[in-house]
Design a protein. Structure first.
Length: 215
């Protein structure tokens, strides 16, 4: 039995790929660069907005302007919830889990955008405000384990009895560096570039949100 389950956001609880891709492409096209397809941009998500926009310009073969990050954040803020929705079955799974174990959320997305999404999609009720950490908070972004370790400490959970549910190699590395367990959401867009040879015997995975109920 786990003492704490910590969730990633993008690609794990919510399908935000189209809104992220639309914002990144708006910035690319505003500089004359060609747009990229959603799958390509989805594979760039995980290390924060600055890394994402740098990767997008590199993939487009263009230098990023000095204000590329600011342009992306502004464009994304305008379309934050245009297409973004929870993955099917997420609310039911969180409802089931929250009655049995404390839940927390750890994302590299800025905290303001994170809270806006959680509130709008009726997911905030599963995560106490002090158990939601964003990428612009006091702790280093994933894959640094600091945020995960703090969430575990605050919940009185040993790292070895803490489970991180995520969809990318960033989440996998975070859990392993913290001495926690990992469950990979293979339905998430971050899993498309996961190196299969990194999986270990103790790693778990799911293909649907329904499977979360049985963790």
């Amino acid at each position: 039995m786990f003492s704490l389950i910590v969730f990633d956001l993008d690609g794990t609880l919510i399908d935000s790929r189209r809104d992220i891709a639309d914002a990144a492409n708006a910035v690319l096209q505003s500089t004359g660069a060609p747009p990229l397809d959603q799958e390509a941009i989805g594979a760039m998500v995980g290390d924060g907005a600055a890394a994402l926009i740098a990767r997008a310009f590199a993939a487009a073969g263009r230098p990023a302007p000095p204000d590329a990050l600011e342009r992306f954040l502004a464009a994304y803020g305008r379309g934050l919830l245009t297409h973004t929705r929870p993955y099917p079955g997420i609310s039911d799974a969180l409802d089931s889990l929250s009655s049995r174990v404390p839940l927390a959320l750890l994302t590299n997305k800025p905290i303001a955008a994170t809270r806006t999404i959680l509130d709008a999609l009726d997911l905030a009720r599963f995560f106490p405000r002090d158990r939601v950490l964003g990428g612009d908070g006091p702790f280093a972004r994933k894959p640094a384990p600091d945020g995960l370790l703090r969430l575990a400490e605050d919940a009185g959970a040993e790292p070895g009895r803490t489970l991180l549910v995520g969809d990318s190699i960033v989440d996998w590395q975070t859990a392993h560096d913290a001495g926690a367990r990992i469950c990979l959401a293979r339905y998430g867009f971050g899993f498309a570039t996961f190196p299969a040879d990194r999986l270990t015997d103790g790693d778990r995975w799911i293909d649907t949100a329904e499977e979360l109920k049985h963790l």
